[in-house]
Design a binder for this molecule. Structure first.
Ligand code: MLT
Length: 270
C-alpha cells in the first residue's frame, strides 16, 4: 500500500493500492462501510490489461478523515488529488455504491478526466425522505454507542441468500472490515450520502460511456428502482447478476472483472 501526502491539501493522507502497469488506467472506488480491500478479488484480474488504482477513501483504511464535514464532492476531490499526484491524466472510474456517488460527483466536477464511468450497485438519484430518516436514526444509534450493532445488522443484508448460506466467511470478513471504521467516519459518510444531490442530469449529458452493474438480490438498490436510469445515457453497458446482492465484487468477482475489462477496453478503444 502507498500513501500520498500533499502539503496544504484538506486530505492529510491518502492511501492506495496499485496493480498492473498499462497507460490505460482503471480506478476502483469502494463503498460504505469498507475500504480498498473490497476490490481484492477483482483488481488483480484487471491488472493484465490496465493499471488499476484502488484508493482508500478519506476516513477508512490508510486514508485519514479530514476535519469538518464531509461530502461526496470531497470524496471526488480526494480522488482527483490522488490522480494529480500520480500524474494520471485520464481514467475509467468505477464506483461501488457510495463510491459510485463519489464517482458521479467526480464526473460532474472533472468530466474531462473521464474515459468511462462504471456504477456498480449504485444510483444517480438522491436519497428519498424515507432513506434520510433511516440514516438519521442510524446516526443517532451510532452516536449512542451502537456502532457494532449497526454494522453486524446491516452487512449480512448486503449479500444474496446464496452467499449468506454458502460463503458466510465473506459476510464475516465484511463485518470485520466494517468494524474497523471509526464511528465518526461512519457518521460523516452517512451525512455525505444524505446531502448528496440527484445527479441524473449528469448521465444525460455525458461524453463518455456508462456501465451499470446490478445484483438481482440487491435489497439496498432493488433492480426495478434503478434499471430505468440506464436509459438516460447514450452508451450504457448493463450487467445483471444472478446470485448477487449488493456485493458482486465479492459474490461474482470473475464475472465482474470480465465485464469491467470489456467496458474498459471499449472506452479506451472507441
Ligand atoms: C454502500 O454500499 O456504499 C452504502 O451502503 C450505500 C448507501 O447507503 O446508500
Amino acid at each position: 500500500m502507498e500513501t500520498i501526502r500533499v502539503a496544504g491539501s484538506q486530505f492529510p493522507a491518502l492511501a492506495l493500492r496499485r496493480y498492473g502497469s498499462s497507460d490505460q488506467v482503471v480506478v476502483l472506488l469502494h463503498g460504505f462501510p469498507a475500504d480498498g480491500r473490497l476490490w481484492r478479488d477483482v483488481a488483480p484480474l484487471l491488472a493484465a490489461d490496465f493499471s488499476v488504482i484502488v484508493p482508500d477513501l478519506p476516513g477508512v483504511g490508510g486514508s485519514i478523515l479530514p476535519e469538518g464535514s464531509l461530502s461526496v464532492e470531497d470524496l471526488a476531490l480526494a480522488v482527483k488529488t490522488m490522480l494529480d499526484e500520480l500524474g494520471v491524466p485520464k481514467v475509467v472510474l468505477a464506483g461501488h455504491s457510495m463510491g459510485g456517488y463519489a464517482a458521479l460527483a467526480f464526473a460532474e466536477q472533472f468530466p474531462e478526466l473521464l474515459v468511462g464511468l462504471a456504477l456498480v450497485h449504485s444510483t444517480a438519484k438522491a436519497d428519498t425522505e424515507e432513506k434520510k430518516e433511516q440514516r438519521r436514526k442510524t446516526i443517532a444509534l451510532i452516536e449512542k454507542g451502537g456502532r457494532e450493532t449497526f454494522i453486524k445488522q446491516m452487512i449480512p443484508g448486503l449479500f444474496s441468500s446464496l452467499t449468506r448460506e454458502r460463503k458466510p466467511e465473506l459476510v464475516q470478513e465484511q463485518i470485520l472490515q466494517g468494524l474497523e471504521v471509526a464511528g465518526a467516519a461512519l457518521v460523516k459518510f452517512y451525512e455525505a450520502m444524505m446531502k448528496r444531490e440527484d445527479r441524473t442530469k449528469i448521465l444525460e449529458n455525458t461524453g463518455f460511456p456508462v456501465q451499470w452493474v446490478f445484483g438481482k438480490e440487491d435489497t439496498l438498490l432493488p433492480l426495478p428502482q434503478v434499471l430505468g436510469q440506464t436509459n438516460l445515457t447514450d452508451v450504457s453497458f448493463i450487467s445483471v447478476y444472478d446470485n448477487a446482492g449488493h456485493m458482486s465484487m465479492l459474490e461474482q468477482p470473475v464475472q465482474l472483472a470480465a465485464d469491467l475489462k470489456r467496458f474498459g477496453q471499449y472506452c479506451y478503444n472507441r
